[in-house]
Ligand binder design. Structure first.
Ligand SMILES: NC(=O)c1ccc[n+]([C@@H]2O[C@H](COP(=O)([O-])OP(=O)(O)OC[C@H]3O[C@@H](n4cnc5c(N)ncnc54)[C@H](O)[C@@H]3O)[C@@H](O)[C@H]2O)c1
Length: 258
């Protein structure tokens, strides 16, 4: 049996309609888990679910706005009802709005905070409530939050976004601490993807040009690649694979060193 065999597991991926979320949903499904795809883009969700089902996966989709508590409640209930449980949450939904610090707009900052930080915190809340031993799913599980390389480096034009992704990093650690100490049985981790040319990644490359930081999108991408020892952009499939991981120290210490 593969160590990555997820047969029998029930997963919800937020922002799963497209991009990294759709890629992770397909990979988790391929590993054997039943998959609920949650997103505000209901029609795109439906198509993504169809593709996963055509590949042999058990899947369903639900309209989920991660900024809304009631929407989470409904999505988790639908996951448990339709998949027969809930033990993996990928908190992937996110937005990026590029701006130089000198030009930031409060509504843009609030939007990124709402989706990236509030959305992730609400996801952990509802996952903990459902997965803990006396919850309606009740078997513990795993939460994976999607932070960003933006939380670990300083790249111009993404100060607000970087702040929210640093927030995701901290949410992960405090969530992991509480879950461990309070016996929820849920492990909480986060990953930090590099630049991947999804809708968001491509838009970002254009927006840093518009902000006057690079002469062209090609130059912006070249700048990112120049800062990357593996000398390429990320790919969606890298999120379910070790091939774009290098230079990382991964503690296997029950969270002691976090
Ligand atoms: N693409 C990159 O280079 C990159 C790098 C690092 C981290 N990330 C992070 O990875 C995650 C996925 O990014 P992506 O590149 O696939 O972006 P994307 O824009 O292609 O997809 C994001 C998805 O999130 C959904 N979404 C947005 N707001 C939502 C809400 N309120 N409720 C539910 N769903 C919502 C969108 O509809 C979309 O399907 C994000 O958290 C992003 O910040 C992306």
């Amino acid at each position: 049996m593969s160590k990555f065999d997820l047969t029998g597991r029930k997963a919800l991926v937020t922002g799963g309609a497209r991009g990294l979320g759709a890629g992770m949903a397909a990979a988790i499904s391929k590993a054997g888990a039943a998959m609920m795809i949650g997103d505000i883009l209901t029609d795109v969700c439906r198509e993504t679910a169809k593709t996963i089902a055509a590949d042999g996966g058990k899947t369903a989709f639900v309209t989920l706005d991660v900024t809304d508590d009631a929407s989470w409640q409904a999505a988790v209930s639908a996951t448990i009802a339709e998949l027969g449980g809930f033990d993996i949450l990928v908190n992937n939904a996110g937005v990026e709005i590029t701006s130089l610090v000198i030009n930031v707009e409060a509504p843009d900052l609030r939007r990124m905070w709402d989706v990236n930080v509030v959305g992730t915190a609400l996801g952990m809340k509802h996952a903990f409530r459902a997965m803990k031993p006396d919850g309606p799913a009740g078997k513990g599980g795993a939460v994976v939050n999607i932070s960003s390389v933006a939380a670990t480096i300083a790249f111009p034009g993404i100060a607000g976004y970087s702040a929210t992704k640093s927030g995701v990093d901290r949410l992960t650690r405090v969530g992991a601490m509480e879950s461990g100490k309070l016996g929820y049985g849920v492990r909480v981790n986060c990953i930090y993807p590099g630049l991947v040319p999804t809708d968001m990644g491509v838009q970002l490359a254009g927006d840093v040009v518009a902000a006057g930081l690079f002469p062209s999108a090609e130059a912006a991408i070249g700048g990112v690649i120049g800062q990357t020892p593996l000398a390429r952009l990320g790919e969606v499939a890298d999120m379910a694979d070790a091939r774009f991981i290098t230079g990382a120290g991964l503690p296997v210490d029950g969270g002691m060193g976090m």
